[in-house]
Structure formats: C-alpha cells, structure tokens
Design a binder for this molecule. Structure first.
Ligand SMILES: NC(=O)c1ccc[n+]([C@@H]2O[C@H](COP(=O)([O-])OP(=O)(O)OC[C@H]3O[C@@H](n4cnc5c(N)ncnc54)[C@H](O)[C@@H]3O)[C@@H](O)[C@H]2O)c1
Length: 445
C-alpha cells in the first residue's frame, strides 16, 4: 500500500496551486466547486462511514485501500456496539491503521448521527452510506446538500417515494459536480464489462428475452428473544432495526435487497428500464416468529419498451434449486452473462483477469474524484432500485402495473418518525407475528 502523507503536497500548497490555475483561467468554467481541489493531485480525501455493519466495514476498508491520501475521520451508526466492532475491525488491520483517525468525539451514535458524520468530513470529503436501504434517501439527500462525494450501497431506497427523493438528489449532485458510486459492483467487474460490451455489439443478435435469478437461502436472522437478552430495553423500533432484513420499509424485501444485482445487469445491457410488469409471490415456508412481513419468493415478468421480456425469480427457501445468475436469449445465440459465456454464431468466453470488483468500484470512484472525471451512478442505481421495487409492487398486489404507475405511487411505507420510541409502520399481533401483503387485496398504487 502507498505510504500516507509522504511526498504529497499539503492541503494548503495544493489549494494555492489550484487557486493559481483558477486565476490563470485554466480551470474556470470546467470544474464544479466540489471536486476542483482534487482535480490534479493527491490532496487528502477525508471519509466517514455511516452504517458500520458488515458491508460498510468492508466498503470502508476498500475506500482506504485506494491510491492516494485517504483518511477515515468519522463513523456513525444507530448502535454503539456496531460502531465499536467496526472500528475495532478496521483498526486491527495493520495495513490500514495509518489511515484511520477517529477519536471518540467523531464517533457518532443514534438515528440522526449521519448528519454529524457528513459534517465531519468537511468540504471535498466523501461519505460511505451503508445502513439498511430504507435510510438511504434521507442520508443521500443530506450528503448532497452538504456537497459531499458519496459511495452508497445498493439498493438506494425501499419505496417509490424514496426513489424519487434519490433521483432529485442525484440531479443536484450532478449540478454540484459531486462523484457518486453505487454498490452494484458487477458494473466494475471485468468479465461482466467485456461480456456486456459484446452483447451490446450484437454478438447474439437481437435480444428477445432474459432470465435472472437470485434463488438461495435466508442470509441471517436475529431473534427477539436473543436480542432482548442482550438489550433488555429493546423497543419495537430497535427490534426491527436489528432484524431489518424482514421488514419491507427498512429492507425492501429480498427482491430489492439482493435481486437488484441481477435486474440491474439486464437494465445495464439494454440501457433501459422495464415499462410494464406482472408477478406473483408469497411466503410459503419462511413463516413464524422473527420472519417479519417479507415474502420468501417472488416471480416477475418485466417488459421493456422494445417488447423484450425479463423473467425474474428470487427465493429464500432451503432445500430448493439455487442459482444467482443472468441469462439472455438472442436471435443468433444465448449468453450466461455471469459465466461470461456466449454460445451460437459468435461463440466466445472471457478468460481475462477479474480483480475484486468491490475494490475496483472504489478505485474507480476515488480516481474520478482526483482526476475530476465524470462519475455519477446515482440515477442508474435509483432506476435499478425502482425496477426491483416495481417487481415487489406487482408480487404484493398481484396486479399488472406500468413503470409510470409504480414510480409515481403515493403509497408510502416509511415511518413518520425516526426515534427508538417511535412506532414502526407494521406491528406484531398478540402472537408476535406480522401481517404480510395479500395479492388481490394489497394496494400499492
Ligand atoms: N454490494 C453488495 O454486494 C452488498 C453486499 C452486502 C450488503 N450490501 C448492502 O449494504 C447495506 C448494509 O448491509 P449489511 O449487510 O452491512 O448490514 P448490517 O446490518 O451488517 O449493517 C447495517 C448497519 O447500519 C446500522 N444502521 C441501521 N440504521 C441506521 C441509521 N438510521 N443510521 C446509522 N446506522 C444505521 C446498523 O446498526 C448496522 O450496523 C445494505 O443496503 C445491503 O443491501 C451490499
């Protein structure tokens, strides 16, 4: 790893030389205020991590491993134990410890801690947003308002109102010349990039249909009983936050939380988003305590404007056929995209290298900040998030919907207030069970 602060101009020197360039006219009119300081050098980029769980901690390490002068200056999490464990993990990595400076006064805890972390990185800083996705719209909006560069995990919202909020902030981020990365890492994976390029160049002719899958098993679950032992004052809000995977307002359901990756690959390939969809889903097996309100399977048929279809399945049921993959069928052949394998008239297989896309997405984002190259994935991330929400709206309601109906839905699913004593939108019955959507009855638009 590169040494930190060695042979690197100080912030003041750099600003001086930038001012000189601006005074000389070279930069005037070409760079927005946000990234001009990093336009040609290795000035320090301060970062903060908001949401110090598994992925946030990983993303933070990846940001700290990018080339150049990067310093982690703040952490924020709803819970102190999560923050402590993340900081402990990052600090125990000898290769990162010179890049970490997070004293007690920049460790922020609580549901509004994100704003303090955004403030702490200062102008030209970057925030990593890695809380569960229900909080992403308000945090992204706040980060953009403050003029910060952003790396945010997928999905970027859990309902249509959240997507609209992210799209509005995305526009503002472009106007401010902020760089925004979204954690759809297949877009930074060589094998995918090369395969998509070939498909877009016509390797399998016209694309007629695609099939995408995230069929797997339950990733994790925290029981109320265990949580109550560890946190005796556990409120309903805290329970839902610590078992967030099973609550639609925080997670989006697994069609949004996981399957977005596969849906995004086809949107990327087609450079378009579905205009119509219908689907079915339910909860057949994953019932009972601590399984919240989400479904264990969804199956959706999406239609694009050119008439082509995307058939999508996602399932969390043990003992079934599993696959996480994307396939396309064209007039001259077929392709298993994640296997980088084209069959038919133009048979081809990618055999090149595949550096870790989780690292590459950060390398690309930080290089774009330093070189002031265009880099803003917020709109595409928001529209692929909407694709997954669109699918869930069809499976929850059992209706055929158009994209316009779905994205303009006024049916909100978020709580009115974000405190540990606030009432979440869904509450357990006397047996501790939550109601689920009922196709044919549940209204989503
Ligand atoms: N790109 C990928 O392949 C990938 C992989 C895993 C997870 N993710 C995404 O990363 C995000 C986080 O997932 P995870 O697995 O790290 O979950 P996690 O539960 O391990 O971490 C989430 C953290 O956010 C904190 N948090 C919750 N609400 C908060 C709030 N309002 N303010 C501040 N902190 C809050 C939690 O306490 C927790 O520490 C999710 O959106 C998930 O979909 C992406």
């Amino acid at each position: 790893m590169e040494p930190v602060n060695t042979g690197v101009p100080s912030r003041r020197d750099f600003i001086k030389s930038s001012s000189f360039l601006v005074a000389g006219g070279a930069l005037v009119g070409t760079l927005g205020a946000a990234s001009s300081v990093h336009a040609a050098g290795d000035d320090q980029i301060k970062i903060a991590l908001i949401g110090c769980g598994g992925r946030g901690t990983g993303a933070c390490a990846q940001a700290l491993r990018t080339k150049g002068n990067v310093k982690l200056v703040a952490l924020a999490d709803a819970f102190k134990d999560r923050l402590d464990s993340s900081l402990g993990h990052l600090s125990s990595d000898g290769s990162l410890k010179d890049r970490i400076d997070v004293p007690q006064e920049r460790q922020f805890v609580g549901l509004d801690a994100f704003q303090q972390a955004i403030d702490a990185v200062g102008e030209h800083g970057l925030v990593i947003l890695a809380t569960p996705p229900g909080f992403r719209p308000m945090q992204f909006e706040a980060a953009v308002k403050a003029g910060r560069h952003v790396f945010m995990e997928k999905p970027v919202a859990t309902d249509a109102a959240g997507v609209r909020q992210v799209l509005a902030a995305a526009e503002e981020s472009k106007r401010k010349n902020l760089k925004v990365g979204v954690g759809l890492q297949r877009r930074h994976q060589n094998g995918y990039i090369e395969t998509i390029k070939r498909l877009q160049d016509g390797a399998i002719g016209d694309i007629i249909a695609s099939r995408v899958y995230w069929n797997g098993t339950t990733p994790w679950r925290n029981s109320r009983k265990d949580l109550q032992k560890r946190y005796p004052n556990l409120t309903e809000m805290e329970y839902q936050l610590r078992n967030w995977y099973y609550f639609t307002w925080i997670c989006g359901d697994h069609i949004v939380e996981q399957h977005i990756h596969n849906l995004d690959v086809i949107n990327w390939l087609k450079n378009a988003y579905p205009i119509k969809a219908n689907g079915m889903g339910g909860c057949e097996v994953r019932k009972g305590l601590d399984n919240g309100e989400t479904f264990d399977h969804h199956c959706v048929e999406f239609e694009y404007a050119d008439g082509s279809r995307m058939y999508s399945q996602c399932r969390h049921i043990e003992g079934c056929w599993n696959s996480v993959s994307e396939h396309v069928h064209g007039s001259k052949g077929t392709c298993n995209i994640g296997a980088y394998n084209i069959t038919g008239d133009n048979k081809w297989r990618y055999r090149g290298d595949n550096p870790d896309p989780y690292q590459v997405e950060h390398d690309d984002l930080f290089a774009a900040i330093r070189e002031d190259k265009p880099f803003n994935e917020a709109e595409a991330g928001a529209k692929s998030t909407m694709t997954a929400i669109f699918g869930r709206m069809c499976t929850y309601s059992g209706q055929e919907l158009t994209w316009d109906e779905a994205i303009n839905s006024q049916v909100g699913i978020m709580p009115k207030e974000f405190t540990f004593s606030a009432t979440p939108p869904s509450l357990p019955d006397m047996n501790g069970l939550y109601a689920r959507a009922v196709p044919g009855v549940t209204k989503v638009v």
